[in-house]
Design a protein around this ligand. Sequence first.
Ligand code: PLP
Length: 397
Amino acid sequence: MFENVKEIPGDALLALMVAFKNDPNPNKIDLGVGVYKDDTGLTPVLNVVKKAEAFLLENEVSKGYIGATGSPELGPLLQKLMLGDNHPLITESRIATAQTPGGTGALRVAGDLINAVNPAARIWVSDPTWSNHFHVFAGAGVEVRTYPYYDADQNGLAIDAMLEAIRQIPQGDVILLHASCHNPTGIDPTAEQWDQISTLVAERSLVPLIDCAYQGFGEGLEEDVYGLRTLLSQCPEALITTSCSKNFGLYNERIGALSLVTEKAEHCQRAFTQVANCIRANYSNPPAHGAAIVTTILSDHALRQQWEQELADMRQRIQRMRNELVSSLQSLNCNRDFTFIAQQKGMFSYSGLSKEEVLYLRAHFGIYAVESGRINIAGINDQNIGLLSEAIHQAIQ
Ligand code: PLP
């Protein structure tokens, strides 16, 4: 069976991680991998997570299976986090949520669901998007197409081209939109642009698939779901994939969710049986621990407040590093304007650095970024920002 199997090239980001690990340079800087790091370069376990785990250690009574759609408490808590209390979708029972292994698991179940209920539908993703979107949907057998998103000349959103492309998408197709902190560009639509996008998506009868992987990492828990709420106020049907990897720092616990929004409550109940079926056929049921941590935190007032504070600390550190990188480059009298970096949201920035410049940084300074020029702002800290700015200054000469 395996004698003539073709080797598949490994993931470029994983290769970058290995190259970084093997680099003996004591001043090397990792701006590649998409995880939060604190000012000492560590991806910490949040203190509130430690508290929730201590509570669970004392109080958990069983490791029995949880059903295919996971923890029954998690769904309502995540719905409220995204939509706010007493949202009509909740009170009218037009939303149902299944726990999944991470945001990636949610995207895969969404792909399987689309394939099961409307095999002709395509998924339209932004150009560029998180590269795994292509793999995940291809794995689910759903055709993926792209719409324009990034305006390289302005380092901004190509809103006119994006709206024009949405006008051409066939009715009934699915359009994936990043709720906030767009990966890889860091460029989010403004409130006014979200209004335009939502009106058009609804007019075209498209089904939005809202990828909500960074709630709280951009401007705040409420601010980061403006687009999501606007889309849901206009579109009768939608899919939402949630990741708790970043905002709870629970990367390796694999905790996320898929929410289904339907026009009527009875559609929701019926369609949710398809979600359960996709999950059963795939991994039977999700792991329990991450969901137990998130439900413990979100259902306790003090823990929730502590979580919001720790999340704010992560968000503010990223924003501070954005601002300091811009002023540090300005103080070196760089021949390029990088002020757009301070306007971008979340962990990532399309820095505008070319592939050659990225490779120069790697070869001469041990600074590792993705060849597209995407940098993880959370990889910058007070110790390495001076070296990084100097290196960028040299790379763009
Ligand atoms: N969606 C986007 C846009 C992401 O950037 C990521 C992770 O990087 C995910 C989904 C998946 O996150 P998870 O680690 O929870 O699977």
